[in-house]
Design a protein around this ligand. Structure first.
Ligand code: BEZ
Length: 204
């Protein structure tokens, strides 16, 4: 194994990287080290790889450290001979990266909801802030539902990978949110796409 990925299966950002490793057949080249940590209790190996203490973080054979998930995906996409998951150039590259970035923004909001709801003592939770995070996700999902569904339905790539990991995280950590009733087209897409072996193998 020439690379070490620091990861926890609950993280949607880490999941993006592991899905990419499956999709590109690179999974055998990476040692996936599962770490237990929270923002209040960072892991020593992760801190040595990413001073911010955040996962996923990837240590290469020569000791080079890569983070965050966007940088790692970009790097891994240079290591395989299949169709790139991030278009190499042209308007398509910037469009797909922008859609992927919107999925990351939804993931960040969902993780914030999780931390605010489960790590902060109940008396200190800020409902308005929680509602704003949820509205951010709802707005972005609505954008995909109305304006970008055809793009999701194309090739499975960095944008659709991000959306699948976001939806998996919503179902995992905010199971009471019936997002499918507001977004039936995304729901239909996810019902099909979620069958991909890479997503089945990495369910949180
Ligand atoms: C979670 O447990 O939901 C989680 C863990 C690590 C990163 C992000 C989320």
């Amino acid at each position: 194994m020439s690379m070490i990925l620091y990861h926890t299966p609950a993280s949607p950002f880490g999941r993006k990287v592991v899905v990419m490793l499956h999709e590109t057949d690179l999974i055998e080249q990476v040692e996936v080290e599962i770490v237990q940590q929270t923002p209040l209790n960072p892991n020593r190996d992760v801190l040595d790889t990413n001073p911010a203490g955040k996962i996923p973080a990837l240590r290469l054979a020569d000791g080079t450290c890569l983070h965050d998930s966007r940088v790692i995906l970009d790097y891994l996409d240079t290591l395989h001979a299949r169709t790139p998951l991030i278009p190499r150039q042209g308007p398509e590259r910037w469009r797909r990266l922008t859609l992927a970035s919107l999925c990351d923004a939804m993931m960040e909001a969902a993780v914030q909801i999780r931390y605010e709801s489960f790590m902060r003592p109940p008396g200190m939770q800020w409902k308005l802030w929680l509602d704003n995070q949820q509205e951010k996700i709802a707005r972005a999902l609505d954008y995909f539902e109305r304006e970008a569904i055809a793009e999701l339905e194309g090739e499975f790539d960095v944008a659709s990978l991000g959306m699948a990991c976001l939806l998996g995280y919503l179902d995992f950590r905010i199971p009471t949110w019936a997002w499918r009733s507001d977004c039936p087209r995304i729901a239909a897409w996810y019902a099909r796409t979620g069958e991909r072996p890479s997503l089945q193998a990495t369910r949180p």
